[in-house]
Write a protein that binds this ligand. Sequence first.
Ligand code: ATP
Ligand code: MG
Length: 419
Amino acid sequence: MVKVVSLPLEALPDFPALCQIWEVLPQARLVGGAVRDMLNGMVASDFDFGTPETPQEVMKRLRDAGISAVPTGLSHGTVTAVIDHRGYEITTLRRDDVTDGRHADVSWTQNWEEDAARRDFTINAMSCDRTGHIHDYFDGQADLKAGRVRFVGEAETRIREDALRILRFFRFQARFGAGVPDQVTLTALRHGVALIERLSVERIWSELRRILTGPRVTQTLCLMKETGALTACLPELTDCLSDAIQHLDALISSGGPADYALRLAVLLAGAAVDSETAKRCVERLRLSRADSSRVLAFLQKPFPMPERVVTEEDVICVLAEIPREVALGQVWLAEAQQVLADRACHEAAPWKRLRFQLESLPVPVFPLAGRDLLAEGIPPGPRVGELLSMIRSWWLQSGCRAGREECLTCLRRLHKSFS
Ligand code: ATP
Ligand code: MG
């Protein structure tokens, strides 16, 4: 295998900023995800540095050079340099002294290998100096090439030190893994699963979200199922884990988007959970309000598809009632269910057409509001809302074609017949 010995850093858009940091901290190296992603030919999003200087020294050197330095996590050694509105985390090299299953007491070190040894996986433990040279103490490059997510050191020990690493394992497996992990790793994961419940739900969801959008999500969920991690994270799926994963597989094979909310909804639908359980699930995982309502909205089935939504008029009426993005998610979900119900008879074309229409047709706007009714002399009160909703129903039945004047005529007719 040919190892990359150095990276062409000059090509990076962030190169001038990285150089400014190297100017004041020449020993600093890029660490973790940025090195891994660049070696994998991907665009790195965050550039984190490790450095042997203490955080106080880092602060001082940056400020002396006129670079804004924010003490974002001094107790664990992190200072953030801000250059051109972008943050670059610079963390003093560390060694773990005591660990408690989630957090570690750390002390500073000058030794790069010690710092690499406390990182979770070999692919995350590489560093890159200012010349672009790669320092790879644990064969991370070979593992990255082979799609092997391998713990640095003994898997059992590393999991006992920090149970979050179980979920981080699956996150990186979903992104970089190929094939099945070795038996020792799988056993360690299985043994560690009981520790998941000690993690905060926010942590669990934050990892699960990233697993759900990983390119190898279904294979990874199968591994999570086998090790017991999937039940620990999503007990709502009960013993329908395989059905849930199959549904997700159907969504992905029909070309569904990598949207974690839609993917969670598909898992829940695949396990046939009722709406109360789905609600409990998103509340338990403390999803944001926006994410929760998206998941729950995707699970609703307000219109039969695609057979009942065929004309443009039908689609426009759907758009009047349901936000475009929600309607599209519902279509993806319904298609996945149909694929599974009858793979042989599944025809992709009507679903594609329906999605195309949902994406391209305009959202109709109901032309009346409460003030129009008041202007017509209807006194304020519950009657206004009632009339408005009656006219809206009539407008929907018109295929949302009726304009303002027609709606006002309808209002006058209704008002007259009731008064
Ligand atoms: P991503 O692109 O998903 O952010 P990343 O590798 O940058 O991937 P982070 O969670 O941002 O992941 O962590 C940065 C680095 O810190 C990791 O690459 C790893 O070296 C180290 N790290 C983070 N969390 C842990 C942990 N729980 N145990 C050991 N090392 C960790
Ligand atoms: Mg990162």
